[in-house]
Design a protein around this ligand. Structure first.
Ligand code: HEM
Ligand SMILES: *[C@@H]1O[C@H](CO)[C@@H](O)[C@H](O)[C@H]1NC(C)=O
Ligand SMILES: *[C@@H]1O[C@H](CO)[C@@H](O)[C@H](O)[C@H]1NC(C)=O
Length: 161
């Protein structure tokens, strides 16, 4: 029964491969070291992908170096990076799967409404992983854990986008 339930989810494509308990802990412990660097993380995303910055009405066309020091930027960084923290806190516990599904589904719906496409979410992912790889203790195991975790979240996200 359980096997078929898992199989069905895999076929739907919502879940690539489950995160092991060790992988969930690796994602959580590495994220703990940078999760409060909200402004720096969003700035790194915008610096790598100015097309993402351009989609924010408040930030489009503005100089990133000065934008970084504004309250509006800190507020948005807190929302976006805070969402990542919220999801990461829930992973690794099967009981939280419905909550993850709901939150990611809401993110997909709100961004679908804004016309944000998969390509830009993939850019966000690339920038986030690049930030992590230079700011947390990074090795093959950490990289693999983030790949599996992000594959799962992005599977849910893209199903609703
Ligand atoms: C990758 C390309 C993305 C673009 C272009 C984008 C764009 C936007 C825009 C234009 C807004 C509205 C801003 C406003 O109110 O002025 C917004 C809101 C928001 N974004 Fe994104 N976003 C992206 C990715 C993400 C990601 C990856 C996350 C979370 C990890 C995220 C989390 C949020 C949240 C929490 C809000 C506020 C609540 C909401 O409206 O859903 N965004 N985003
Ligand atoms: C998993 O989540 C459930 C529901 O949120 C909670 O009751 C339980 O204590 C959690 N288990 C672990 C090992 O954290
Ligand atoms: C994170 O890494 C970037 C280089 O990618 C570096 O400029 C920045 O200072 C690092 N942040 C912290 C808090 O160490």
């Amino acid at each position: 029964m359980k096997f078929f339930a898992v199989l069905a989810l895999c076929i739907v494509g919502a879940i690539a491969a489950p995160l092991s308990a060790d992988q969930a802990s690796l994602v959580q412990s590495s994220w703990a070291g940078v999760r409060h660097n909200e402004v720096e993380i969003l700035a790194a995303v915008f610096a790598a992908y100015p097309d993402i910055q351009a989609r924010f009405p408040q930030f489009a066309g503005k100089d990133l170096a000065s934008l970084k020091d504004t309250g509006a930027f800190a507020t948005h960084a807190g929302r976006i990076v805070g969402f990542v923290s919220e999801i990461i806190a829930l992973i690794g516990n099967e009981s939280n799967a419905p909550a993850v599904q709901t939150l990611v589904g809401q993110l997909a719906a709100s961004h679908k409404g804004r016309g944000i496409q998969q390509a830009q979410f993939n850019e966000f992912r690339t920038a986030l992983v690049s930030y992590l790889s230079s700011n947390v203790s990074w090795n093959a195991a950490t990289a693999a854990a983030w790949t599996v975790g992000l594959d799962n979240i992005y599977g849910l996200l893209f199903a609703g986008l």
